[in-house]
Structures are given as C-alpha cells and as structure tokens.
Design a binder for this molecule. Sequence first.
Ligand SMILES: Nc1ncnc2c1ncn2[C@@H]1O[C@H](COP(=O)(O)OP(=O)(O)O)[C@@H](O)[C@H]1O
Ligand SMILES: [Mg+2]
Length: 329
Amino acid sequence: MSDNILSIRNLETDYSLGNGGYVKAIRSLSLDVRRGESLALVGESGSGKSTLALSIMRLIEKPNKIAEGEIIFLDKDREISVLKLGEIGLRLFRWKKVAMIFQSAMNILNPVMRVENQFIDTFEAHNIQDDYDQRINKYLTIAGLGKKVRRLYPHELSGGMKQRVSIALALSCEPELLIADEPTTALDVVVQREILFELRQLKNSLNLSIIFITHDLSVASAVADRIGIFYAGRIVEIGKKNDVINRPAHPYAKLLLGSIVTLSTPRGKELTSLEGTPPDLSKEITGCSFYDRCPSHVKQCLTYDLQPLKVGEDHYVECLRAQELLDSE
Ligand SMILES: Nc1ncnc2c1ncn2[C@@H]1O[C@H](COP(=O)(O)OP(=O)(O)O)[C@@H](O)[C@H]1O
Ligand SMILES: [Mg+2]
C-alpha cells in the first residue's frame, strides 16, 4: 500500500473572467498527502487554498475549470483518477473517500431541515445502507454533541454546535481523507481550541488523513505534522512542522514566519502583511512568482524553472537560493 493517500500532479485550476480570460488560481501544483498525516496548508487570503480544496472535491463549476493535471486518490487496493470520475463515480468518491468541512457550516446545513434529516439525506445520497439511527448517534457523540441535537434546526444551534454538526456529517460517511477549510475561523477562541484539539484526536482514533487549511499560523502549529506554505497558487515550501517553523527557507516563508510561532502565540494572529502585492494571476508568470516582493532575488529567479529543491530531510523549497540563504544564516 502506498504511503500516500492523495497525489496531485501539475494541477491548474482557472476561474473565468467572463471575457475569455482566466485567473489561474492554482498553477501547476504538485502535492502528496500521506496516509494518516495531518497536513496544514498556510497562506494569505487569495493564495488559492480553497480552490485547491474545491478542486480535490471536484466542486469547481463551469465556466471555471480544472485545466490540467492529475489528482490520484490511492485507495487501499486501487487508484482512483479523481478528474476522470463520472457522475456515479463521483458520488461514491465524495464524502465516502474525501469529505470536506467548510469555513461556514451554513454552507452545508439546510436551514429548514432538522439535524437528523440532514444526516439521512446524506446517507441516502451516498447509498449508505446501515442502521441510520446508530450511525447518527455515533457521529454526533464523536463530534461532542448530545442526541438532543438531532431534533433541532440549524438556527437553534450556536456557531460552535453548527460547526460540530458539520464535522459529524463529514465524518459520518467514514471518509479516509478530511479536508478542513478554515473550519474554526468563524468561532470564538475557546471553541476553536476545543474543536481543533478534538479533530486532532479523531485523526488518530479514526485513522484519518487530514488537510487543514488555515491562514493562522498558531492553528497550523497546533494541529499539523507537516506544513505547506501557499503562495500565488503554488506550494513554495513544505516540510515537517518544526523544520518549516524554525528553519523556513523560502524568503516568503521567512517573512511570513518572522518570529517563531508556538502554541503560546496569541491565537488569531494573522499572517504578517508584507510589502507589495501578490502577482496578477490572470497574467503569465515566468520564474518565481515572489520575485517582485523578494528581498533576496537575483536575475536567475526570473527564468527559474520552478521545482522543489531539497534543503533537508523531508523539507522542500521552491527557491533557487534557498540552500545558500540557509547556509548564510
Ligand atoms: N468563484 C470565483 N471566481 C473568480 N475568481 C475566484 C473565485 N474564487 C476565488 N477566486 C480567485 O482565485 C484566487 C484564489 O482564491 P481562493 O482559493 O479563495 O484563496 P484562499 O482560499 O487562499 O483565500 C483569488 O485570486 C480569488 O480572487
Ligand atoms: Mg479560502
């Protein structure tokens, strides 16, 4: 069995500008997600994190498109080519193999349906034949909710409870990979901590792999095994949490991390705003997309054929000068 659960190669996802042009929100991105790991993807707003999640779930709708690349889900005994799935295949894949928790639980909860019916709907849509009652109770309990919640409507729940219902729903189809896209950003600090802690526990007890998407470094450092740094539709650095946090090598990651982030970093600390703006993704970019904002750029960066360079064990960086910059520290 492969060590990876998901393998993405050269993915490009485009949003239509309506005038024939496109914004390339994901630009030839490659990424492996390992079985059983918790991978945090961190980056400024607009860097493409949600687009990547939606691409994996095949939720990119026309006129937007996944223009290129491959997404392979490595099931226990076979490979599923996600971008080639038809309607039936997709129904079996979505939520049963890969499930997603959205930033706002309201995106998936139907406001006029009792909680238990939302579960039943999901089970029916995904052909799950099981004791529904038992399954609903099991996953409500796992998400830290009591049975009473079953009969309630979403508006009768607090923000934290709604997010827990959406976690229970996502887990109830027993996916192997969970994508949590800023799952706690809208919640207050205490509830955030509780939910993140529980998700981490669940990862171990349910044998899940998790992609955590966040713009909050303290969240990433609390929940991740590995961290990937997102910039302008690509992952510019990826490695074990401690290596990326303590020894960032990409100039963008260095600026972003500025100071060492630990569990005691105040929560909600947003990424430092950097000078300059990210590149215009509707234009062709050659070489490094951080060139304009980079304090360490050299001429060669403009023609650099982007590829991850190894700077340490399990630590890769898309910067020509990464090793040299690390050595000079
Ligand atoms: N539905 C959409 N239509 C057009 N452009 C979009 C749409 N959704 C996102 N974008 C653009 O794609 C880029 C990436 O957005 P997104 O994936 O939401 O980033 P993040 O989740 O990191 O904040 C941004 O430039 C954003 O403006
Ligand atoms: Mg987003």
